[in-house]
Ligand binder design. Structure first.
Ligand code: MN3
Length: 236
């Protein structure tokens, strides 16, 4: 017969083992790069983006870019002081042996870090006048709805996986651009202002192959407060 004390002890051991396993399972390999907090609840963008997609996207996909970046840099301690953004700006200084891995995973890390901040249900809020005007120029549009259409059309034109961006050029002008895979405007001397993930993992659970519906829904999920503040900082 199992005494109460024995039963309690085995429960404690099992609980400790479970907690240990969970810690081991979740702990990323040591390294300079860390998965940032999402900053809001997984269901904060419902119904536009579902909670399960957000959870997998942040906790699995973004986490994997961070883990793989740390792994690639493990034997290169001199590179540990650089942010993902700095690595992307200076890929030519990254040893050739790890350059592609760093390009993909520093890209994945930096792109998603910005992406999470760009998202918030905006209840139809529009960007302020200065940013609004810059967006109309970048999208060669005369009205906000024309600009939205041009943005969605450009997103649909990306073949396979990639990103669509509004980025700030060296002359501080705003431009619309798309990149394949996890490439960043930082690789081309521009600074991303706003980026939208066009990989299927960003929308497949809810929208399946309907990228048009996902991008259209995301227009209502742009955190204009954040983007506008970033625009002021980048173009000051
Ligand atoms: Mn993604």
């Amino acid at each position: 017969m199992v005494t109460r004390r024995q039963a309690l002890r085995s429960t404690l051991v099992a609980t400790a083992a479970l907690a240990g396993g969970r810690l081991l399972g979740q702990s990323a390999p040591a390294g300079p790069h860390k998965l940032p907090e999402l900053g809001y609840a997984f269901d904060a963008l419902e119904p536009h983006i579902d909670a399960q997609t957000m959870q997998i996207h942040h906790g699995k996909h973004h986490a994997a870019y961070v883990a793989n970046l740390n792994k690639a840099l493990a034997d290169y301690p001199d590179l540990h002081k650089h942010s993902a953004e700095e690595l992307l700006k200076n890929l030519d200084k990254v040893p050739e042996k790890i350059r592609t891995v760093v390009r993909n995973n520093a890209g994945g890390h930096a792109n998603h870090t910005l992406f999470w901040k760009c998202l918030k249900k905006n209840d139809g809020l529009q960007p302020g006048e200065r940013l609004g005007q810059a967006i109309l120029e970048a999208l060669k549009s005369s009205t906000a709805s024309e600009a939205s259409e041009a943005f969605v059309k450009a997103a649909l034109g990306v073949f396979g996986s990639g990103w669509i961006w509004l980025s700030v050029d060296k002359d501080k002008s705003l431009r619309l651009e798309t990149t394949p895979n996890q490439d960043s405007p930082l690789m081309f001397g521009r600074t991303p202002l706003l980026g939208i993930d066009l990989w299927e993992h960003a929308y497949y659970l809810k929208y399946q192959n309907r990228r048009v519906d996902y991008v259209t829904a995301l227009v209502d999920c742009i955190n204009w407060e954040f983007v506008e503040k970033r625009f002021e900082d980048l173009t000051a």
